[in-house]
Design a protein around this ligand. Structure first.
Ligand code: ACO
Length: 323
């Protein structure tokens, strides 16, 4: 049985770090409010020369280096993003060009904050079906470009960045001891659109628009939705929270992460947290957190790792894998 194994991971962050205190200069907020409600202390904000494509390319190159591979080895690129460089072509194809690749295929996926878990489970299907052998799966965002910087209820929450993983098809035994992706579960429900959306678009207003969110409503649904898909991947594999080595959730809000881990019985020391450093980087948050926990030596070969995300749509999903 073919499994999609992780061979390398990389990340990229814009040069500029914006601390919470900076917001106090132009909106009615405080470092204390932001830290207490969200756990966020700072975020990175892209400069004019930093784009979703440039951050995605940098993360992809670092992941390739970590895997000991070159772009020649890759035949598929999937980029999860809601902030593409252009409406078209897909920013994944721009990254393909930047990597000097004219072979293989590349496309974008749009599931907002769940984009990376959607993208990695899609890449897994291409690899398991034999249509590709090695994939770069990237989450990259420049959400700072779609924020309303006068709206204190949203602008303090988000940041820019990118993360990438290299997946390779390899033969497994078909047991939960195999290295690679063991199970995934994706969900969406468009009836929640008004709770989290961008109020512009090519086919409606012809503008880029700004992110709008009913934060309390999102919070109310988040924990239930997250635990639902996680219980599904545990059911598929016969594994449980006790078997986990690391829980790498979407980094939107420390309170949502803590509440989900508590509900699932996942011990606090197994939870990877980066929201304090990066804010909510949407589709980039899970691979950024993965990259962080690999770089500091926490995630090791053979570890059982659970990824989870929930975002606009609503969309939500979970992926269980052995590193
Ligand atoms: N600074 C100071 N006060 C603020 C700020 C701010 N930045 N933002 C809001 N407030 C005020 C509100 O105006 C309100 O004041 P009022 O009581 O006078 O009306 C008060 O704080 C409480 O506001 P709430 O919205 O009820 O605060 P809450 O405790 O719910 O925290 C938050 C807000 C942090 C947004 C929370 O609801 C949350 O995290 N929601 C989930 C958001 C999320 O996770 N999104 C993820 C998906 S992202 C994606 O898919 C792109």
């Amino acid at each position: 049985m073919i499994r999609s194994a992780v061979r390398g991971v990389g990340s990229a962050l814009p040069r500029r770090v914006m601390k919470n205190a900076e917001f106090e200069k132009f909106i009615d907020t405080s470092d204390e409010w932001i830290v207490q409600r969200t756990g966020i202390q700072q975020r990175h904000i892209a400069g004019d020369d930093e784009t979703t494509a440039s951050l995605g390319e940098e993360a992809a190159r670092k992941a390739l280096d970590a895997a000991g591979m070159t772009p020649d080895d890759i035949d598929l690129i999937i980029l999860a993003t809601s902030t593409p460089n252009n409406t078209f072509p897909a920013t994944a194809v721009e990254i393909q060009k930047r990597l000097g690749m004219t072979h293989g295929f590349a496309f974008d996926m749009q599931a907002v904050c769940s984009g990376f878990v959607y993208a990695i489970s899609t890449a897994d299907m291409y690899l398991r079906s034999g249509q590709a052998r090695r994939a770069i799966v990237i989450g990259a965002e420049t959400f700072s470009r779609i924020l309303d910087w006068e709206d204190r209820t949203t602008c303090v929450l988000f940041g820019d960045g990118a993360g990438a993983v290299i997946l390779e098809a390899q033969e497994g035994e078909g047991t939960v001891e195999d290295t690679g992706i063991l199970a995934s579960c994706m969900r969406s429900d468009g009836s929640h659109k008004e709770k989290l959306y961008v109020d512009g678009g090519v086919s409606t207003t012809g503008t880029i628009g700004h992110l709008r969110m009913e934060g309390r409503e999102v919070f109310k649904h988040a924990v239930g939705m997250i635990t639902d898909v996680i219980e599904n991947v545990f059911d598929q594999t016969g594994l449980s929270a006790d078997d986990l080595k690391w829980f790498v959730p979407h980094q939107a809000n420390k309170r949502i992460i803590d509440a989900s881990a508590r509900k699932l019985g996942i011990a606090e020391e197994k939870v990877v947290i980066t929201v304090n450093l990066h804010g909510n980087t949407s589709a980039a948050s899970v691979p950024l957190a993965l990259s962080h926990a690999v770089a500091d030596g926490r995630i090791q070969k053979g570890d059982l790792v659970l990824l989870e995300a929930m975002g606009g749509g609503f969309t939500w999903g979970a992926v269980l894998l052995r590193w």
